[in-house]
Write a protein that binds this ligand. Structure first.
Ligand code: ADP
Ligand code: MG
Ligand code: ZN
Length: 732
């Protein structure tokens, strides 16, 4: 079959209403129509579907389109039927969701030769009866969409995808077009080898998405930060990805309570709710969808303006795909990721129990993600480098690292050291091993290779493992060294690296970024108190601290008993001017507001007035009620004088959880009396000592300080119990 470019454009206009092809679509389509295999690598939103949809409509016979998601098939089939009016038989799907009658209908259309596109799930393709059916049909070509599912190195490996080639052979030969947005060289090779199309022409579009903005943030007060971000981007539509279903539910609820139209989406919801939520998002009845990664594959909403990762993804492929769902129309797309090393540890834990080879791959993919997150190099450059593409611009102008560049330093010497070491070792090793040698770490692997006897062992002790890891990473990005992904990331020098060793020149490098290590699951008050200096308005903060200080002298109470730092910081963000407003700040309950609040809100009111400050009065953060269910239960049982350990048992909590709850209860100003329990469990003299420590000596409520000051004889639990008593009696 042959078509001219003009004819092809006519067909494009006729079927899809577009007047021009995007990127390489035209070449790809012509290539396929002429009976050749094609391998298409295009970023998400690049327009891959059209590369098989249009030829399917034009060519003789039925195109078999293998696609992993059932929900997605229905969408695509509906879309095609929408394009080609009056031909219901033109597109069908074959998957496990069909009943007998529907199945028969598909069968009839297929055998009558009406069907141009048949979407098939890979597991349906492997069924004997379907193979037999398809053997009676003329196949125009096979399209393998989301082809990275073939590779274990892709982010979404599906074993059934591995069986495509033998089945295609059984049904009957026809050209194959494989399409994916995941294009590390390793995945690309896996796909081509597995589909037996190593010789296929590869169409690779640049993976750069110039309209996307990439940013990584410390995962501190994450829900609140997300809320702030959405409020600042009111009316725009966005996706928030979370790792667990529970988080999805929590975040969606939290946003709704705070006036954002957000819907949850995860595999645990029943199919109807899921479909309804997805539709509402597409139809713009909801601004935000909060989802696990099951959401979004093939979803075509062109104007998604932001993608937020509440939790770090497991791989850079996943990250790239998910962020890629923003700004498909070429407009704004902000990609914000919240990162904490704790999340990485969680992900590593999830891997335990999986087969060893899978764990190895998983760890390797994860370490790439860590490297990306912690690096100070341009995000775009790192991503493109990962996908085997060179990005030469110095400053992309649209990532956090380029907008806020870190100071560079002359890294020539250290780069030489690393290269020298790598070149010297006979075998190849991974990045962490090399960093460990330079830092002089004595571990079992190093000893087993006698690497502690290398002259360079410990030469960079003062700089630390993190530093050396960063140097190695930058050496890779700048192509002085390379990483063999297939061999689990072992590192070797490139030609450029070896030449640099002989004739060095100045190379500038940066250190890695530091991320605050706070878990978002912790109590908000605790989190904020660890945040340190995070307030909104430094001038006001200083004034509030002065007020607290003078008040503390006047009423003879430690400052922290009045309001904690985190509370003052909140005041500089929320600008409360009434006692009711004040209660919206962390750690302020009814009692505290009444007892200490008046002077604070008066000061703030004056400050707001004098400085003409716009108060964010609609920006009030509310938290879900059910979170406080435990609190209510605990308070009720304390009233009944139930021992705390029994309360813990009854609720399936640890003593630690109970103490956390109690601390948060008293620090927000509610009085509780746990004397009955203290009497039973803590020696009376000790109670006096601890109490007077907090009353007379302490300059903060820090547990560590208390423990140091009081010495060995006092357990953490004892100190905490008395501290709760103290805070409750004096502060509330
Ligand atoms: P991918 O599968 O590569 O992520 P899609 O096939 O879902 O991308 O296409 C992304 C968007 O681009 C869709 O909204 C689609 O309608 C649109 N699109 C595809 N080809 C063209 C074209 N030639 N002109 C205009 N829009 C197009
Ligand atoms: Mg697609
Ligand atoms: Zn950049």
């Amino acid at each position: 079959m042959s078509l001219t470019s003009a004819e092809l454009h006519d067909k494009l206009k006729f079927y899809f209403g577009f007047s021009a092809f995007k990127g390489q679509q035209e070449e790809i389509i012509l290539h396929l129509i002429n009976g050749n295999d094609a391998f298409v690598l295009m970023p998400t939103g690049g327009g891959k579907s059209l590369c098989y949809q249009l030829p399917a409509l034009l060519m003789d016979g039925t195109a078999v389109i293998i696609s992993p998601l059932i929900a997605l098939m229905k969408n695509q089939v509906d879309a095609i039927r929408g394009f080609v009016e009056g031909h219901d038989g033109i597109a069908h799907f074959l998957n496990s969701s069909l009943n007998k009658a529907q199945m028969q209908e598909v069968r009839d259309h297929l055998l009558a030769g009406n069907t141009k596109l048949l979407y098939v799930a890979p597991e349906s393709l492997t069924k004997e009866e379907n193979i037999n059916l398809l053997r009676q049909v003329k196949i125009s070509f096979y399209a393998v969409d989301e082809a990275h599912c073939i590779s274990e190195w892709g982010h979404d490996f599906r074993p059934e995808y591995r069986r495509i080639q033998p089945i295609v052979k059984e049904i009957g030969k026809a050209p194959i077009i494989a399409l994916t947005a995941t294009a590390t060289p390793k995945v690309q090779y896996d796909i081509q080898r597995n589909l037996g199309m190593l010789k296929a022409k590869v169409f690779k579009t640049s993976f750069n998405r110039p309209n996307l903005y990439y940013e990584l943030r410390s995962k501190v007060n994450v829900d609140k930060e997300i809320l702030k971000f959405i409020k600042a981007n009111e009316g725009k539509s966005g996706i928030i990805y979370c790792l667990s279903r529970k988080k999805v539910e929590d975040v969606a609820e939290f946003l709704n309570i705070n006036g954002i139209k957000a819907l949850p989406y995860h595999a645990g919801l029943d199919a109807n709710t899921r479909a309804a939520n997805q539709d509402k998002f597409l139809m713009e009845q909801a601004d935000v969808i909060v989802a696990t990664i099951t959401f979004g594959m093939g979803i075509d909403k062109p104007d998604v303006r932001f993608v937020i990762h509440h939790d770090i993804p497991k791989s850079l492929e996943g990250y790239y795909q998910e962020t890629g769902r923003s700004g498909r129309d070429g407009g704004e797309g902000q990609c914000i990721t919240f990162y904490s090393h704790k999340d990485i540890e969680k992900l590593e834990k999830f891997m335990h129990g999986k087969p060893v080879s899978e764990q190895e791959i998983g760890k390797q993919l994860l370490s790439e993600t860590v490297a990306y997150a912690e690096s100070n190099i341009c995000r775009r450059r790192t991503l493109l480098n990962y996908f085997g593409e060179e990005y030469t611009q110095d400053n992309c102008g649209s990532c956090d690292n380029c907008l806020h560049p870190k100071k560079q330093f002359d890294g020539t010497e250290d780069l030489l050291t690393v290269l020298e070491l790598v070149a010297e070792m006979k075998e190849q090793f991974k990045s962490d091993h090399i960093a460990n040698i330079l830092t002089g770490i004595h571990n079992s692997i190093i000893k087993s290779y006698n690497h502690h006897e290398l002259p360079l062992f410990g030469i960079g002790k003062d700089k630390g493992v993190r530093y050396w890891t960063a140097i190695i990473r930058q050496a890779i990005v700048q192509h002085f060294m390379e990483k063999d992904i297939e061999r689990y990331g072992v590192i070797s020098c490139t030609k450029k690296g070896l030449e640099f060793l002989k004739n060095p020149y100045t190379v500038m490098l940066t250190e890695d970024r530091e991320f605050a290590e706070v878990d978002d699951d912790e109590d908000a008050a605790v989190v904020a108190s660890q945040r340190g200096g995070g307030g909104g308005d430094p001038v006001l903060l200083a004034m509030l601290k002065d007020l607290r200080h003078s008040m503390s002298k006047r009423i003879n109470l430690p400052s922290y008993v009045i309001f904690q730092d985190s509370t003052l910081e909140d005041m500089t963000i929320l600008y409360p001017v009434s006692l009711d407003d004040l209660k919206k700040c962390q750690g302020v309950g009814e009692g505290k507001a009444r007892k200490f609040g008046k002077e604070f809100v008066e000061l703030i009111a004056r400050y707001v007035e004098e400085n003409d400050i716009q108060r964010p009065d609609d920006f009030v953060i509310k938290t879900a009620v059910n979170k406080s269910l435990n609190k209510v239960y605990i308070i009720q049982n304390i009233d009944k004088r139930v021992p705390l350990d029994e309360i813990a048992d009854a609720k399936g909590l640890e003593m630690d959880d109970i103490l956390n709850e109690l601390e948060s209860i008293v620090s927000s100003g509610t009085k509780i009396n746990i004397d009955y329990y203290i009497k039973q469990t803590v020696d009376e003299d000790k109670v006096d000592d601890i109490y007077s420590y907090f009353r007379e000596e302490a300059t903060s409520d820090s547990l560590q300080d208390a423990s140091l000051e009081l010495g060995r004889g006092y357990t953490e639990e004892e100190i905490r119990l008395v501290r709760i008593k103290f805070m409750s009696e004096l502060g509330n």
